[in-house]
Design a protein around this ligand. Structure first.
Ligand code: SAM
Length: 282
């Protein structure tokens, strides 16, 4: 067990600081204060982060930390924390760790015993979801699907029966092929394509997958796909239900008990299953 009181610790802390996904004004006061107060900033691309820091007149030593150098960058960050230096982690946009680097670093810092604190802020998935018009009560953030169609379809097949809203990130040059696969596997559901969020050309395209697919070749910029969950109730095959009753009977259950159990498991009417079971017996 690991309990952390974020505002009562004297230990050097790793701060996860979200940065704007396009609109520079969306930098919170706390995010700016944190970047000003830490000893070091670990960032994905030092050129990108330098631009952000310059806009807010913040000068701090930067450490490059990305997917391909984490074998070297993580031990270095762990060492700095061990020396009592506080570190902020940022990615190029939005939350670090959300389809961005940082997962292993966070696990390793927790294991080393230093606090990890997250700040509230920008994230493309949330902006897209809440304005999509689709259900926000339950949802799944999937992030990027595979870039290859065959693997992508396999992933989509695993999600096909998921009844809640699903959020995907996708690169603009793959948007058509990705939507084609979504149409093929999920069918023509309602969806929202949110692009260039928080930027001048921000646009929400709400419609069916077919409708959005028909215009998406002309679309540019960064995009999030929000797709309605599966709303179709799966039909229960009554032959399967009868087979299940027989299985329970063979296991030693009385017929009446077996019918009750199967009806409950498959969410079907007990009487209907009872009639059908006895009809096939006679
Ligand atoms: N860490 C980021 C976050 O918290 O949202 C996501 C980074 S991921 C590498 C980049 C993807 O996020 C893009 O391909 C796009 O799907 C989505 N994205 C980022 N900024 C966006 C924006 N302004 N408008 C729409 N989608 C955006």
């Amino acid at each position: 067990m690991n309990r952390q009181k974020s505002f009562e610790t004297q230990q050097a802390t790793l701060y996860l600081v979200p940065t704007p996904i396009g609109n520079l004004s969306e930098m919170t006061k706390r995010a700016l204060e944190t970047l000003e107060n830490v000893d070091i900033i670990a960032c994905e691309d030092t050129r990108n982060t330098s631009k952000l820091l310059m806009a807010y007149n913040i000068k701090k030593p930067l450490i490059s930390h990305h997917e391909h150098n984490q074998k070297e960058s993580i031990p270095r960050i762990l060492h700095e924390l061990n020396e009592g230096k506080s570190v902020a982690v940022v990615s190029d946009a939005g939350y670090p760790l959300v389809s961005d680097p940082g997962q292993k670093l966070v696990c390793d810092v927790i294991e080393q015993g230093n606090p990890v604190v997250s700040l509230s802020g920008c994230n493309a998935a949330m902006n897209a979801l809440v304005a999509s018009g689709l259900s926000t009560q339950h949802y799944l953030f999937y992030g990027f699907l595979d870039s290859k169609s065959s693997k992508r379809k396999k992933q989509l097949n695993e999600l096909k029966t998921f009844p809640y809203t699903i959020i995907f990130y996708e690169a603009p040059h793959r948007i058509s092929s990705c939507l084609e696969d979504i149409l093929e596997v999920f069918g023509n559901r309602n969806m929202c394509l949110a692009r260039e969020l928080t930027k001048l050309h921000e646009e929400f395209i709400r419609g069916t997958v077919e409708e959005v697919l028909s215009i998406c070749d002309s679309l540019k910029g960064e995009m999030v796909l929000v797709i309605e969950g599966n709303t179709l109730k799966e039909e229960v095959d009554m032959n399967d239900a009868i087979d299940k009753v027989n299985e329970y009977v063979q296991e030693g259950y009385k017929t009446k008990q077996a019918i009750q159990l199967v009806a409950k498991e498959l969410n079907i009417k007990k009487n209907e299953l009872y009639d059908l079971y006895h009809k096939q017996e006679s």
